[in-house]
Design a protein around this ligand. Structure first.
Ligand SMILES: Nc1ncnc2c1ncn2[C@@H]1O[C@H](COP(=O)(O)OP(=O)(O)OP(=O)(O)O)[C@@H](O)[C@H]1O
Ligand SMILES: [Mg+2]
Length: 265
């Protein structure tokens, strides 16, 4: 596709300031501050347990933070009800591609549009997502539980799109998918961003895919942001190459060097 992407604005659509969230005594994120500008794809990279999912759950209101604030389109949405946050234009594609298994593919899509009253717009958007993922059209009347893992991920992303959101939170779309399918899904995510201007915050362990697809990136370790930059810059950084792109040997010495280079306060 050679469509001209909408310009990325300097205005942040999402702003987290010193957010801290915990599960009982376990602090999962500790003072996370980040911004997502309107029109961009931003990514948070981090390994297992770094706190990626917790960041997204805190943004979409599933978890209330202990400290800090979340601002969406200039409004303080800290600890607001998840249903309210969806209504405001923020859709969350959760980890593990949750779909309603006993509903048809089409009914899953319609569930995603429950906040909308523009029936013509909904019908048009169903056709749009069928255009992105033609397999969903083929399987439209089949139960979603019968789809493969990759097809369920397509459905989960499509369902989020059906709310016609300003911002989509995407939790590890590559999880459990083949490299080929992962690549296909990332290509569509980029297309959605370029063609619809939908802002996307993507969290991923697959640094290679995420850094290629995104404009701006944050690196999360043990619940803290330790580095941020444009993805073009992050791709060139030695410690990113070494620890997230697997381009050098890792190990005890590598760990030590990484710790020395950590930029957090
Ligand atoms: N429901 C929970 N109860 C207690 N601890 C939790 C819960 N969910 C997550 N944690 C802990 O919080 C920390 C961050 O977890 P989180 O799920 O946010 O990480 P993640 O970066 O999404 O990891 P992954 O890549 O494995 O999905 C981890 O130490 C995890 O064990
Ligand atoms: Mg996670």
């Amino acid at each position: 596709m050679s469509t001209q992407p909408p310009p990325i604005s300097d205005q942040p659509v999402l702003k987290l300031l010193n957010v801290e969230s915990a599960y009982g005594p376990i602090k999962a994120i500790r003072g996370v501050s980040l911004q997502v500008r309107r029109g961009e794809i931003a990514t948070v990279l981090g390994s297992n347990g770094a706190g990626k999912t917790t960041i997204l759950k805190t943004i979409s209101g599933i978890i209330d933070p202990r400290k800090g604030s979340v601002e969406f389109k200039g409004e303080d949405i800290t600890a607001k009800d998840p249903a309210y946050i969806v209504q405001e234009g923020l859709s969350h594609v959760p980890e593990g591609r949750e779909v309603f298994p006993l509903l048809s593919v089409r009914d899953n899509l319609l569930m995603g549009a429950y906040t909308r009253s523009d029936r013509d717009g909904v019908a048009k958007d169903i056709e749009t997502v069928y255009g992105y993922f033609p397999i969903l059209k083929e399987r439209a009347s089949q139960d979603a539980g019968l789809l493969s893992g990759g097809q369920q991920q397509m459905l989960a992303i499509s369902r989020a799109l059906m709310a016609d959101p300003d911002l989509i939170l995407l939790d590890e779309p590559s999880l459990g998918l083949s490299p080929k399918l992962t690549k296909e899904i990332f290509e569509i995510v980029v297309r959605i961003n370029r063609e619809r201007g939908t802002t996307i915050l993507l969290v991923e362990q697959n640094a290679n895919m995420a850094l290629n697809a995104s404009d701006y990136g944050y690196v999360l370790e043990n619940g803290r942001i330790v580095m941020e930059d444009t993805c073009a810059h992050l791709r060139e950084k030695d410690d990113i190459k070494e620890f997230y792109l697997g381009m050098k040997e890792t190990g005890v010495r590598g760990e030590r060097r990484w710790k020395k280079k950590k930029t957090w306060r």
